[in-house]
Design a protein around this ligand. Sequence first.
Ligand SMILES: Nc1ncnc2c1ncn2[C@@H]1O[C@H](COP(=O)(O)OP(=O)(O)OP(=O)(O)O)[C@@H](O)[C@H]1O
Ligand SMILES: [Mg+2]
Ligand SMILES: [Zn+2]
Length: 451
Amino acid sequence: MTSKLSSFICQNCGSETSQYFGRCLNCNSWNSIVEEIKSKRSKYQDIKNSKKSIEFNEISSKKISRFTSGFKEFDRVLGGGIVPGSVVLLGGEPGIGKSTIVLQSAGKISLKEKVLYVTAEESLEQVKIRWERLNQNCFDLKIFAETNLTQIIEEIKRVNPNFAIIDSIQAIHNHEMESSPGSVSQVRACSSELQNLAKENNIALLIIGHVTKDGALAGPKTLEHLVDVVINFEGDNISSHRLLRSIKNRFGSTFELGIFEMFEEGLREITNPSSIFTNKENISGVTTTITNEGSRPFAVDIQALVNKTFYSNPRRTTTGININRLHQILAVIEKHVGIKLSEFDCYVATGGGFEINDPSSDLGVAISILSSLKNIAPLASSSFIGELGLSGQVRKSNNLRTKIEEAARLGIKNIVVPKLDEEINNNFKNSINIKEISNIKEAVDYSLLNY
Ligand SMILES: Nc1ncnc2c1ncn2[C@@H]1O[C@H](COP(=O)(O)OP(=O)(O)OP(=O)(O)O)[C@@H](O)[C@H]1O
Ligand SMILES: [Mg+2]
Ligand SMILES: [Zn+2]
């Protein structure tokens, strides 16, 4: 028995009401509410052969064996490879390279596993053209061009692959629902059916989803709860670097980062990220920090430009650093180094525009600013680590040891760090000079000679 039901769903946040509003009560966005008609089945009628609970002790704990995505960087973000039966959501802006990375991965996986690629956005020929450009091998790889969910599910069941890809969730539709493809209800309904299919048949499923302008996955929060892993594919139009960032992971740590570069023959892994975000120049206004993204430390340049202002309110602009952090760092410099910055514009940017979330980049930002202001290059071959407290103290940094190791590996000669808890005894100790400091003034005195 089915009955037609209509409800009003916000296309921005997915909240549901029984009545139309011009503005969503949940997320306050205007004109985002759309009427969607769905056929609702009665809750209990589909349960035919009901399952029974089982003794917990009797469940065999056979080790889940993950399989590789073919990319070490991708595996890292997944928490060590693809878990059979898991559902991964890969989000990203239009044209960032989602289909490319997934097709490359599909080819590599198909050398060992059975793979099915469902293309709902592009024709078979279009995918083939991309494939030819990628110049890769494949073995057990099937491709299916379809947008109808029922057909897709039938085909997945028929092929019974180890790994299936849906490109993309916004392009497929469940014809039992009257709302259009890409609407929140469609995205939600299609994902949950695919999710059930994956779990029942132990198929690893990768679903591609577009993100909206403000960076949220369309059909957003509800979808994130549904899947096991949420990964964002990021980059910008200027550089060819692409980042895979895990947002949620039931099988691994979050905030892992995979780094790639886009070439004509597809994406290539960057195994030594420090090399792309630093320049190793010793000029005024530039320092290097070691930041920790996920489990891996790497070096990133911080550049500052400080100029006398012509505005009544001086300008402060950042790329890759949170603007509020900059305001805070400037306030700390004013108060604890005793330099008035209100007459200066201040621009700060990271190497390659890399977004640093690690607060221990503060010290590098502060030294870059002072270095630019005074027009003196900081101590040659040095790196700066430490979060600035409001009272001018340099606070502890997480994973300091691995950061120092990375700096030593890169051949950096001096590293300025917060006071260490333990003596660092290691083979790198002789190759790098570790300067422990407790506040910003000490850091300035040490690294900006003739200040
Ligand atoms: N010949 C080429 N040489 C270099 N890069 C290319 C070439 N052709 C395409 N690209 C890159 O591939 C990107 C498109 O990749 P892809 O189609 O995988 O993105 P997508 O995220 O799947 O996009 P969509 O949202 O449209 O599905 C382009 O933006 C461009 O950077
Ligand atoms: Mg695509
Ligand atoms: Zn809303």
